[in-house]
Design a protein around this ligand. Structure first.
Ligand code: ADP
Ligand code: MG
Length: 315
């Protein structure tokens, strides 16, 4: 997939420092700090109301921080010479003028930002909207508006992408498509920051996850590291004497599920320890692998009661 380049310096450094936002007596974002790395996808995950959108809005000057700041290459977003070329954003998919066609919407934006006209067609192609380029945005589905929002974010060929729940309204094909797109944008050296309230949308896309709950960072680490720390590993073993091994494993406090093919799924004990136990009892293992490492449960445990859908207590 060939994409033209306008300016090539993807080494953007984006830094959030002690950012806080209060709305009345609600603290939406509570003194959070992080730095985003070029060349990788950072997932920003947390339940609805955790403060993800507010953080992203403050990062691009749509909301004013109560305190703290966000700097892109050492400057505030408002002070950037060519913001659309530095930071592409998808924050509010409803923002486009409904009466305009997708192509016109993008061309108008391109012109006001000194971006060549042809870039509109390039980004429409990238997001799969070429066929509806001349259709009015008012008739677009949520998924199509999300794709247009993504095209808008990509218009200035920016080094940084801030995307708030971009998979919202996309069908399963669209979710796989966006996953691939985000990965390839990061592989080009861009900094990709993408939010979601669903672990399933991010676990296979992000290199790193920042988990937010009630405006605070609950975890911030590489996906591999989080998986090792919190994820539930499931070992799959196929012994010559399943019933016997099952009994032994249970005595060692492992949870065992017997599968129809005679294999055992084991949680609470890793593959090497299972191998040692089996060997000690003269049980032969035809297979011994770690089959799954799910972050979903860890995420749910970490963020339980961290949403704001529970009404705030009034005093
Ligand atoms: N403009 C606003 N006025 C008052 N409260 C707001 C406003 N925007 C967001 N909030 C509150 O801030 C909290 C965080 O919201 P938000 O950043 O939208 O979370 P998320 O994007 O993680 O779902 C919520 O309690 C929300 O109700
Ligand atoms: Mg949000």
């Amino acid at each position: 997939m060939a994409r033209s380049r306008i300016v090539r310096n993807f080494d953007a450094m984006i830094e959030v420092h002690e950012l806080t936002k209060r709305f009345g007596d609600t603290t939406a974002v509570d003194g959070i700090s992080f730095r985003l790395d070029p060349g990788s996808v950072t997932g920003f995950i947390g339940p609805n109301g955790a403060g993800k959108s507010t953080t992203m809005r403050m990062m691009v000057g749509l909301d004013r921080p109560t305190s703290g700041r966000c700097l892109v290459d050492g400057r505030r977003y408002a002070d950037l010479a060519a913001p659309m070329r530095s930071v592409g954003t998808l924050i509010d998919a409803e923002a486009a003028h409904k009466g305009r066609s997708a192509r016109n919407h993008l061309r108008v934006l391109a012109r006001t930002h000194g971006i060549p006209d042809r870039r509109a067609d390039e980004v429409l192609e990238t997001v799969g909207l070429t066929d509806v380029a001349n259709k009015r945005i008012g008739g677009f589905s949520l998924g199509m508006r999300q794709r247009l929002g993504l095209a808008t974010a990509l218009l200035g060929d920016p080094a940084v992408l801030l995307l708030d729940e971009p998979a919202n309204g996309l069908d399963p094909d669209g979710i796989i498509w966006i996953r691939t797109l985000l990965r390839s944008l990061a592989a080009e050296g861009r900094t990709v920051f993408v939010s979601s309230h669903l672990m399933g949308e991010l676990a296979q896309t992000a290199h790193r996850l920042i988990v937010l709950g009630r405006g605070r960072v609950l975890a911030d680490d590489a996906v591999d590291a989080l998986t090792a720390r919190f994820g539930t590993r499931v070992a799959r073993v196929r012994p010559d004497r399943p019933a016997e091994l099952e009994e032994i494993l249970r005595r060692h406090d492992a949870a065992v599920t017997r599968l129809p093919d005679g294999a055992l799924e084991v949680t609470g004990m890793d593959s090497p320890d299972i191998a040692v136990l089996a060997h000690r009892h003269g049980i032969l293992l035809f297979e011994n692998t770690t089959v799954a490492a799910s972050l979903e449960e860890a995420y749910l445990a970490l963020t339980q009661d961290q949403g704001r859908h529970v009404a705030k207590v009034s005093r």
